[in-house]
Design a protein around this ligand. Structure first.
Ligand code: SF4
Ligand code: SF4
Length: 616
């Protein structure tokens, strides 16, 4: 049985923050879950995926976040408790349905999990999605530890039903990926059969209907503000004349800081678990109770500005500061040391930060930039494309996925990326705006996510470039989740597999090449043919991700390769042009680590001396 199905109230379990959210949803009787995976949220849907194999919980990996939001909306207005999960940039994709779903509201608890990524550990930006709560008018809850990740999730369903609005839970990477003890509660039964009561004058958002609904949203917002006053995860901790306001993981840093600095008896901490909407009376009361206030919040000065407005409206002159105190800035995630320094500086506590451990006498570690794995088929495809485009003045837009790592030398095949699907659409722009050749790269999951619309645009508007779809049969970067184009039979599912090639042809592309990238000669021929085609051409480079293949028992059977030192002329084309991480220099000799090599044979094809052979 999946551990999150343990039906034993009072049991204490060590859970990852993301697991705690999934458990909270189960305790709340969630019946319907959708997502598009994205770090730092990916472990949440992973739990639902596995739980759905054992229960009647409906779960799907949707093609993108907008679709996930819309599928979930259908279930939530039909009366099922529903959860939808995504990372922060995913909410940009889902913003369109989000904004109008706030108008229609829902008929059963709907919780939207949004995982922000301060410090951009695995993201293309570090936007602060607290603005989405303010933009959409939806309540936002922010847990501060793993126990609260569960409890707040349960509460979010209740709040959603009380307000008839979706509720957003915002987490950050630090919370999503810490482990902590969690006391389990009982599981509510799941209501699995929904029914949609038709009401076109509420749910069909033509202008006349939406004018009325906007007013309804504001009424619900007022009700939410009232409820924020007694929200159980808003809390004033301690007593004293100095005030600190914090949210999310920063609450823990503040608690530690006041304790470490010995000022716990002088500080009142306002921990805000509901960061939108704010109850102005509750906050004004807090501001009146202290002489000065420090706001500790990662990223943007959202609460700081709100507090200043509330103070001004209430004639409260207490100083309020946040950004710019010590090292508190709008950049990156905070840590305990910087919060301790800021608290000490702001309240005039004599404190000298412990100097960091002196490691200056240690030899510098070699840089380990992220790299495509040994035997990654993307490396072979990039090599083939480079053979054709190497000396041509060309632009190579890429996309979000493992293949973004093609950025690094010696591959150096990434010139532009802004978001999922952008390689295709920006390729249209580059091809039309410049005289340079354009070759774009996108993965299979990303193609289904949002590459298709760009491709249709390319065909319809007669943009001329080559799109390479790197089809490795899975959503590799986030942990091998399924997508519509994968063969799910090895995983025990009989989901229909949607052919990338059929979709590409269906979009109207006439010049389509399907290649196996480990066959370099044929792949290079296909790239050359596409290069010469006067129009939009697509190369589908199909080879399963070797790590995924291993996880489903489909790993290559071939032997690892080795360098015949007799034949090797040591000019290092293999290293300088391909650089598979299984290859290394032993003194002056090129060698292959047989434990890393998957036997793809690409290096053997690159070596002009035929010096690389399968190990006997
Ligand atoms: S390409 Fe072949 S000959 Fe050249 S260094 Fe590599 S293994 Fe040796
Ligand atoms: S055969 Fe060559 S390219 Fe393929 S994994 Fe082994 S060392 Fe790397």
């Amino acid at each position: 049985m999946h551990k999150l199905l343990t039906d034993s109230p009072g049991t204490k379990m060590l859970l990852l923050g993301n697991e705690a959210i999934a458990r909270g949803a189960m305790e709340a009787g969630v019946a319907f879950a959708t997502c598009y995976p994205g770090t730092p949220s990916s472990e949440i849907p992973e739990q639902f995926f596995n739980i759905s194999k054992e229960t009647d919980l409906y779960f799907e990996y949707s093609t993108n976040e907008k679709v996930a939001m819309e599928v979930a909306a259908g279930a939530a207005v039909s009366g099922l408790r529903t959860i939808v999960t995504m990372k922060h940039v995913g909410l940009n994709v889902a913003a369109d349905p989000l904004m109008t779903l706030a108008y229609t509201g829902v008929n059963a608890g709907m919780v939207i999990i949004n995982a922000d990524d301060p410090s951009l550990f695995s993201s293309q930006n570090e936007q602060d999605n607290r603005f989405y709560a303010r933009l959409s008018g939806l309540p936002m809850l922010e847990p501060t530890n793993v126990q609260e990740m569960k409890d707040v999730t349960v509460h979010a369903f209740e709040l959603s039903e009380a307000l008839k609005l979706p509720v957003i839970i915002r987490t950050t990477t630090r919370l999503a990926h810490i482990r902590g003890p969690v006391v389990l509660d009982e599981m509510k039964p799941r209501k699995r059969a929904g029914y949609f009561e038709k009401n076109p004058f509420h749910f069909v958002t033509v202008p006349a209907v939406s004018r009325k609904l906007h007013g309804l949203l504001l009424e619900r917002d007022e009700k939410a503000k009232e409820m924020a006053k007694d929200f159980p995860y808003n809390e004033v901790i301690g007593d004293g004349k100095w005030g600190v306001v914090a949210n999310g993981v920063s609450v823990n840093y503040v608690k530690d800081a006041v304790s470490d600095l010995g000022i716990a008896d002088r500080v009142r901490i306002l921990k805000l678990g509901m960061t939108w909407p704010l109850n102005k009376t509750y906050i004004a009361d807090f501001l009146r109770s202290v002489e000065k206030v420090l706001v500790v919040e990662e990223l943007e000065p959202v609460l700081e500005n709100d507090l200043k407005v509330i103070a001004q409206e209430n004639g409260i002159t207490v100083p309020i500061e946040g950004k710019g105190v010590g090292r508190l800035s709008r950049l990156y995630e905070y840590d305990p040391r910087m919060v301790r320094e800021a608290v000490a500086a702001y309240f005039g506590i004599d404190y000298t930060s412990t100097p960091p451990v002196d490691v200056s006498d240690l030899p510098e570690l070699p840089a380990r930039p992220p790299n495509l794995c040994p035997g990654c088929p993307h490396r072979a495809t990039y090599y083939a494309v480079k053979q054709v485009y190497g000396n041509v003045d060309s632009i190579r837009p890429t996309d979000i996925g493992c293949y973004t790592l093609g950025l690094l030398p010696p591959i150096s095949m990434a010139d532009f990326v802004i978001c999922m699907g952008s390689s295709v659409s920006s390729g249209c722009g580059f091809a039309t705006a410049t005289d340079q050749k354009v070759v774009s790269f996108i993965g299979d999951s990303t193609f289904f996510h949002s590459g298709i619309t760009g491709l249709i645009n390319a065909v319809h508007n007669n943009h001329k470039f080559t799109l390479v779809i790197l089809d490795n049969g899975t959503t590799a970067m986030t942990g091998h989740q399924p997508h519509p184009g994968m063969d799910a039979s090895p995983m025990g599912f009989d989901w229909p597999q949607i052919s990338v090639e059929d979709v590409v042809r269906g979009c109207g592309v006439k010049d389509v090449h399907v290649v196996k990238p480990f066959n370099l000669k044929k792949t290079i021929e296909a790239v050359r043919a596409a290069y010469e085609y006067d129009g939009i051409s697509v190369i589908i480079s199909k080879e399963i991700c070797p790590l995924f293949a291993k996880s489903i028992g489909k790993a290559r059977k071939g032997r690892p390769f080795t360098v015949d030192q007799e034949k090797c002329k040591n000019h290092r084309d293999c290293l300088n042009l391909l650089a598979c991480p299984a290859m290394f220099l032993d003194g002056e000799q090129v060698q292959i680590d047989k434990n890393l090599c998957i036997g793809c044979s690409v290096c053997a094809q690159v070596c002009p001396e035929n010096a690389i052979k399968p190990l006997k």
